[in-house]
Write a protein that binds this ligand. Structure first.
Ligand SMILES: [Zn+2]
Length: 323
């Protein structure tokens, strides 16, 4: 990541994200300045499709005192046809161009694309008749799929090289760095997946039985034993530090399930000679993003893929480790 940072100046990355999503989805973003915002550093953009304004978003992307310290996309207005355009905001903490060259980590670039995926889902899905069909009604085990899928565009070297230019020399990031990155990205993929399976299994099994008889540490150990790549350390009590057990309760699996869906959706983009084919992207937008929750996610996915969801793309991705 040290090698890569000089190629990820914040402003270039943001412009790259805007260009790529403009090309894919046929929208454009217009910066506006005459609306009230909660802090002077917040940028506001209107989203246009041709002459038509279809939504508005706010970017609050740099740290400041007492601000939220993670990264999230928040829906501010759930759009509905003829009554309100959708509005959303990104709250993140990326390096600030005010303080210097603002070089991002690779994982921060990934986060920006991820959160922008949520934001676009809100922009495109906020035009239905009922408010319940916006993000409010979208299944939890699908809602991370569009965001995780948008990350894929930075894993594609030709796409990344369009905006990853050295902040001093302007040179695109060398192909050699990207092949290193690809290998590094695959390291411990099996282990990470099993770790997610441990968490997903734990979260379900703590909630699917009578709590009176539940021995949480015993169940913890038994769960670890089912996934042999992840070591269990006797005498430890990870469950006490598993924050998602509140809030996510039994459905931690949604992260992994959304990833399976994201890989499968993305496989459609990989069938063409470029993943920037606007025809595929527009169809994805129309069939998967625009309907919100008007249909079950499984049907939206099938509408786009022309077949039911499959594990093949996910399995291929797992198989690629180390090659
Ligand atoms: Zn997310």
């Amino acid at each position: 990541t040290k090698l890569l940072r000089p190629y990820f100046a914040f402003e270039k990355v943001l412009r790259g994200l805007f260009d790529i999503t403009t090309e894919l989805f046929g929208v454009r973003y217009e910066r506006i300045s005459d609306v009230p915002v909660w802090h002077e550093s917040v940028e506001t953009y209107d989203v246009y499709e041709g002459p038509q304004r279809i939504g508005r978003f706010y970017l609050d992307l740099h740290p400041r005192k007492d601000k939220y310290t993670h990264a999230a996309a928040s829906i501010l207005v759930r759009g509905t046809r003829e009554t309100a355009l959708p509005q959303a905001a990104l709250m993140c903490n990326f390096p600030d161009p005010k303080d210097g060259p603002a070089l991002m980590e690779y994982l921060e670039v990934e986060t920006l694309f991820h959160e922008f995926g949520h934001l676009l889902h809100a922009m495109f899905g906020g035009h239905g008749r009922w408010i319940k069909n916006t993000d409010d009604g979208i299944e939890w085990d699908f809602i991370e799929a569009p965001s995780q899928m948008l990350e894929e565009w930075i894993r594609d070297p030709p796409t990344l090289r369009r905006f990853a230019h050295h902040h001093e020399t302007g040179e695109p990031v060398p192909a050699e760095f990207l092949s290193k990155l690809r290998r590094a990205d695959a390291v411990s993929r099996g282990l990470d997946t099993q770790r997610q399976l441990v968490l997903g299994t734990l979260s379900l099994e703590y909630y699917d039985r009578d709590p009176a008889a539940l021995e949480t540490t015993e169940l913890l150990e038994a769960t670890y034993r089912r996934f042999p790549l992840v070591p269990f350390h006797p005498g430890t009590h990870f469950q006490c530090n598993f924050g998602h057990l509140n809030g996510y309760s039994a459905i931690y699996y949604t992260y992994m399930w959304s990833l399976v869906i994201a890989k499968d959706l993305f496989s459609k983009f990989q069938e063409g000679k470029t993943i920037l084919d606007p025809t595929v992207a527009r169809r994805y937008r129309e069939t998967v993003l625009a309907p919100g929750s008007r249909k079950p996610a499984a049907e939206l996915i099938e509408d786009f893929l022309g077949r039911p969801l499959s594990f093949d793309a996910f399995e291929n991705w797992l198989d690629r480790e180390g090659r």
